[in-house]
Structures are given as structure tokens and as C-alpha cells.
Design a protein around this ligand. Structure first.
Ligand code: RUQ
Ligand code: CUA
Length: 653
């Protein structure tokens, strides 16, 4: 009886969502934008945007770089998915980046970018992003805007509560959405309850180089760990995770994981975890996971398989974890810039729950517990609750802050952003989104110092908002001005893939450090060729290595003979240019990988296996000069049994 009632409630909420969505459509036509809004997002030709926005690509697996307020797209950084345009995952240098313990994987689902911090403020060095499907975290340089490192997360499945950074980028966090048997084993799915576990991983970040390492994992009860945010200021040293499925259901979760009145926010004292690690209170578990590192000096990545991980068991380690009861399957778990308030967005709750960090510490001290779960104390709800935002909307997901005492929460079902006040819990404003908003982002919103000028809402559904493109239509982002008392919708723009979260920062933080070229003298690629004189072709059995250079507007060499059917031909190509914005590309007919797009001073390699006798052209794929069309060459391919010697030349020399 109870079960079917809940089920009906859920269906009613979904039905409401459709109703609201379609009337929102009519609304949008009544001119949400006026000309002053247009002026606010107009960045004149040749002018720069005020903010960078790094918007996750969702199921594209990539990270897109936009400017705000214009919404212009500057670059798609390949992270977890191969990219033929940039040769990422195809050339020899970047292939190792996509290695995992499951072999090479050409795709993932990326959700939450987060920019590195120092003292709780954005420092603009790196942006991290998670892979959800095959659990990984990537680190992207904000000087080269390239993926520099990817670490796989062992004992995890659905790396969703990830990749948020702590106040000094001590750690980037990776919590598992799905609980699994740890270690994996062949057991009945019915044995889920009590046997499956959820690993919360703390990945340390080297302060100089940014190199990541899985420092330790906490093996939690078999709930779903959905989202997480770090404490900051007074709550620095703690990490807060929302959970759902505290019912530990293993089937029809939409009903069976919606039974409990309250799930939990798990508060992890990671400073305590460090103490336990130091005191040797961990177990070392065998675990296989890949650690892939791109070296800017060799322009090449390596992949290393790691073998073990340190795990902590919170049921045996007092003070490590506490549960804060939080109504109805919370999704977002957000901490305000002061570090005092922890907002839990119960997806099925009528009101928004806010916990107080100060009250939490007091409740721990006073032992205000309401029992425990798997040895982890459950704090009394009233003892930790700071307040409730009463009936602000339907289906709350995520909250960000403007640094002026206001919070902004997205409501998926009622398709709106709601502004409310911290402390009074009063709703101040609401604005529709088009439609079904997921995350929102205020630049610096996950730090002690948000830049509360714009709010970016990221929507799951666009329906009638853009020109139709068949059954598959774009996802979108919407920009609001939040400087006034009321929010003002300024702009709509489509995004790459499905935007989940985004990270934003003032452009001035990154602009001065943005790399212009790779210096040739610093290029330590094993197959670099620094002058045309040093170009050559070398045979090692069936492998032929071409040491090639490119400069406006020719390849050296551009005539090559002596290659045979069945050879593996390695084109090691160095771009000799030392000027800003002069890439060259190279592609050869019938190559099974991709072109190479090579930046000034960089070396990249692709492999070509000629299958037919003949003379085969290659050419530059990037329109680099007035004589770009002249930038071409030929490889002569002879039969396997030919004894033609290798020969190479440029202009007969
Ligand atoms: S999620 S729409 Cu993957 Cu962060 Cu909430
Ligand atoms: Cu080089 Cu076109």
C-alpha cells in the first residue's frame, strides 16, 4: 500500500513537470529579453569576455571552454573521449592517456569540473573533471588548456560525487555513486544489503606539479554517494557527501530507494583520516588502476598500472564519519562560502534542508546521536539543522552562492532558479529556466570568494528553444544577471554534449599565463627533429621512422621512397614554427587513425600501414599561410618483395 502511494506521488510530480514545462514555452515567447539584456551580453568584435566558463561535456566526455557573458565557444578540450580533430587518443603521444585497468577506453561521461584553489580562492592553475562511467579524474592545465593527467579510481563504480577540490587543493575527491562488492566477486545481486560497499576516495594533488595519487579510500555502507562539497573556512578539513538509497535497494530504485523519510549527508573528517593513516590504522588492498601522465617536455604520455590502495574502515575508526539525516534522496550537497551552511537538496522533499556546521560540532561533542548505521553515528536532525527553506519549488538539485548572503537553487521539476537568503531562509526571487535545469554555476561558486555577477543555469531539455535538428536537439545554458535584487535572464546558448556542472573564473586569472608556443629548445620528445638538416628516414625491420619537420609552407622531407606494403610507417612530425597561432596539420590518404594537429614547437606521431602499391599524397590540414595548398608531399609504396632502398628529399636535396 505504502509503496504504491509513493509511486503515485512520484508520477504526479513528473506529470506536473510536463505541465510546467509546456506553459514555460509560452512564457518564453513573451519577450524575456529586452534590448538592455542584449547590451549586457554583447562583447564587441575584438573585445574579450570578462569570465571563462569551463562547462562539462556530459556524455561527450570532454570539457568545453566558453566566454561569459557572450556565451562564445572557444575550445573543446579532449579529456576522456578520443578526438580526431586534435588527434587526442589517436596519436602515439596521447594514446596512453585513455588506458585503464579495462584496457583503452575511447569515451566517458564527464560531469563536474572544479578549478584548483589556494586558501579557498580560485588560483587558476588546473581544472579537474571526473569520468563517471569508468571512474577516473583528469587534471587539465590552465596554461596549455590540455589534459595533463588522468588517474583511475579503484573500488569505485559511477564516479559521480567527484571531482571537487578542497581549500588548498590538498585533495580532489571521488565518491562512488554505485556501491559494489569490494573486492569485486561473483555473488548474488540479492545479497546487496550489507555486503556491497561504497568507496570515497581522496586523491592527493602535489602542490608543485599537480600530480595525483589515490591517498586513501574510506569504505562506506552500501548507499549511493551522489554529490559532495568540501568544507571551507571553519569547516575546512571536512567533506560532505549526499547519499540516497540508504534503503540499500538493488532493484526498481525509483520506488524502493524512495522509501526512507530521510537519507543522509555523510560528514567526513579527512584531517582525522590523515591521522589514522599516519597511525597505520589502514589496510592495504590489492587494486589495479591506471595512472596516466602527459609530460610537456617530451610531449608524450605514459601509463602506469598501480597495484594497491590504502583503505579505512569507518566502523572501526571513531570520529571519522557522521551521518546528518537529510530528507528524501538528496542530490546536491552544497556548502556556503563561509563554510557554516550545508545545503541538502532532497529531490522528493517539499522543502530545502540546511545544516549548520557549528551545530554539528556541538552535537558531536554532546553525543546527540539517534542510533547508528553500520557503526557510524547518526546525528539528531534537530541538533544539526540550521533551517528550512519552505516549499521553494519542486525537485531541488543544486545550490550556488553569490558571496553576499544569498543562495540560488535549481529546481528540475518546476524548471526554475530560486534565490533565497541564508539565515532567514526566505525566498527572494524566482525565474523560469528553459527547461528542466540541472546544475547552476556562479564563477567561484565553489570557493570562499564567489564572483556574484552572473549565474549560469544548465538545462537538460530545450524542446522549442532553437531551430529543430531532428529528434536529437541540443542542451543549453542560460545566463542570468544576479547583481540586482531580482535575477534577469540575459542569454541562451547551446552547449557541447550535456552540460552538468561548470566552473568559472575571471578571465584575468588565466589570460596572463596562457601558453603561446612550445619552445623548440625545451622539446625533449625522443623523435624530435629540430632542423630540416636533421630530417631522415630510418628502417628497423618492418618499422619505418620518418623524422619530419613542418614550417610555412612545406614538409621536410616531402618526397619519400623505399616504403613497402606491410610496413608500419611512423610519421614523427615536429612543427618548427615559434610564432603564436601557427599550427600545421598532417594527414595521409588511407591512414586509419586521424590527422595530427601540431602546435608550434611540438612533436606528434601517427602510424600509417600502407596496404597498396602506389604513390600516396599527404598534406597540411590547417590553413596556415597563403601557400597552405602547396604544403603537401608524396610517399612511394613498393611491393613487399621490392628491394628499393629508402630515399627522401626536399626539392631534390
Ligand atoms: S549531476 S544535474 Cu551529474 Cu551533478 Cu546534478
Ligand atoms: Cu601548414 Cu597548412
Amino acid at each position: 500500500m505504502k509503496l504504491s502511494f509513493k509511486y503515485i506521488t512520484l508520477l504526479t510530480m513528473l506529470a506536473i513537470s510536463y505541465g510546467l514545462t509546456s506553459c514555460g514555452g509560452g512564457d518564453s515567447k513573451s519577450g524575456a529579453l529586452n534590448s538592455s539584456a542584449a547590451e549586457k551580453v554583447f562583447v564587441a568584435p575584438g573585445e574579450h569576455d570578462e569570465f571563462y566558463a569551463f562547462i562539462s561535456g556530459g556524455f561527450s566526455g570532454q570539457l568545453a571552454v566558453y566566454g561569459l557573458p557572450s556565451g562564445r565557444l572557444f575550445k573543446v578540450i579532449p579529456v576522456f573521449s578520443v578526438d580526431g580533430e586534435k588527434a587526442y587518443g589517436f596519436n602515439e603521444e596521447t594514446k596512453p592517456m585513455l588506458e585503464t585497468s579495462y584496457g583503452s577506453i575511447p569515451w566517458d561521461d564527464s560531469h563536474h569540473p572544479d578549478i584548483s584553489q589556494t586558501n579557498g580562492e580560485l588560483d587558476g592553475r588546473w581544472v579537474f573533471i571526473n569520468a563517471n562511467n569508468t571512474p577516473r579524474i583528469a587534471r587539465i592545465s590552465l596554461s596549455t588548456f590540455e589534459t595533463e593527467e588522468i588517474i583511475e579510481i579503484p573500488n569505485s563504480a559511477g564516479n559521480h560525487s567527484s571531482s571537487f577540490v578542497t581549500e588548498n587543493t590538498e585533495y580532489v575527491i571521488a565518491g562512488t555513486r554505485f556501491s559494489i562488492p569490494i573486492p569485486q566477486k561473483d555473488i548474488s545481486i540479492d545479497e546487496y544489503k550489507g555486503n556491497f560497499k561504497g568507496a570515497l576516495s581522496f586523491v592527493s594533488v602535489d602542490p608543485e606539479e599537480g600530480h595525483m595519487e589515490v591517498a586513501f579510500q574510506i569504505l562506506m555502507p552500501g548507499f549511493n554517494y551522489d554529490l559532495t562539497h568540501p568544507g571551507r573556512g571553519k569547516s575546512h578539513g571536512w567533506m560532505f557527501f549526499s547519499t540516497y538509497n540508504t534503503e540499500e535497494a538493488n532493484t526498481l530504485l525509483e520506488v524502493n530507494a524512495s522509501q526512507n523519510d530521510k537519507d543522509f549527508i555523510a560528514a567526513i573528517n579527512w584531517k582525522k583520516a590523515e591521522e589514522y593513516i599516519k597511525a597505520g590504522k589502514f589496510k592495504t588492498m590489492p587494486a589495479k588502476y591506471a595512472h596516466n601522465l602527459y609530460d610537456e617536455s617530451t610531449h608524450s604520455a605514459t601509463s602506469t598500472m598501480m597495484k594497491s590502495v590504502k583503505v579505512l574502515d569507518p566502523s572501526e575508526l571513531p570520529g571519522l564519519v557522521y551521518f546528518l539525516p537529510t530528507p528524501k534522496s538528496p542530490h546536491g550537497c552544497d556548502v556556503d562560502p563561509s563554510g557554516e551552511y550545508i545545503v541538502g537538496s532532497g529531490k522528493l522533499a517539499a522543502s530545502l534542508t540546511v545544516h549548520s556546521f557549528t551545530k554539528m560540532l556541538k552535537a558531536i561533542e554532546d553525543k546527540k546521536f539517534d542510533g547508528e548505521a553500520y557503526g557510524i553515528p547518526i546525528l539528531n536532525f534537530d541538533a544539526v539543522n540550521a533551517g528550512t527553506v519552505v516549499q521553494p519549488g519542486l525537485g531541488p538539485l543544486h545550490t550556488e552562492f553569490d558571496g553576499k548572503g544569498n543562495a540560488y537553487t535549481t529546481f528540475f521539476i518546476s524548471s526554475e532558479v530560486v534565490k533565497w537568503q541564508l539565515g532567514t531562509w526566505k525566498v527572494l526571487d524566482r525565474k523560469p529556466t528553459y527547461y528542466s535545469v540541472g546544475h547552476l554555476m556562479i564563477p567561484g561558486g565553489n570557493s570562499r570568494k564567489p564572483f556574484g555577477k552572473y549565474l549560469l543555469a544548465m538545462n537538460k531539455i530545450t524542446k522549442d528553444r532553437y531551430l529543430p535538428t531532428g529528434p536529437e536537439v541540443c542542451q543549453s545554458a542560460q545566463l542570468y544577471d544576479i547583481t540586482g535584487e531580482k535575477m534577469e535572464l540575459l542569454l541562451d546558448f547551446p552547449t557541447i554534449g550535456e552540460p552538468h556542472y561548470a566552473a568559472g573564473c575571471p578571465a584575468d586569472l588565466l589570460k596572463p599565463n596562457s601558453k603561446k608556443i612550445y619552445r623548440l629548445e625545451d622539446n625533449n620528445h625522443p623523435y624530435v627533429t629540430k632542423t630540416e638538416k636533421e630530417t631522415k628516414v630510418v628502417r628497423k625491420g618492418k618499422d619505418v621512422h620518418i623524422y619530419m619537420t613542418m614550417i610555412r609552407s612545406h614538409f621536410a622531407p616531402d618526397n619519400i621512397e623505399g616504403v613497402k606494403v606491410g610496413d608500419r610507417v611512423y610519421f614523427h612530425v615536429t612543427n618548427l614554427e615559434q610564432d603564436y597561432d601557427v599550427p600545421h596539420g598532417i594527414a595521409v590518404i588511407g591512414a586509419n587513425t586521424s590527422e595530427l594537429l601540431i602546435m608550434p614547437g611540438q612533436t606528434e606521431t601517427f602510424v600509417w600501414e600502407p596496404k597498396q602499391v602506389g604513390v600516396w599524397p599527404f598534406y597540411c590540414t590547417d590553413f596556415c599561410s597563403a601557400l597552405h595548398q602547396e604544403m603537401q608531399g608524396y610517399v612511394r609504396v613498393s611491393p613487399r618483395n621490392s628491394n628499393r632502398a629508402l630515399k627522401w628529399s626536399l626539392d631534390g636535396e
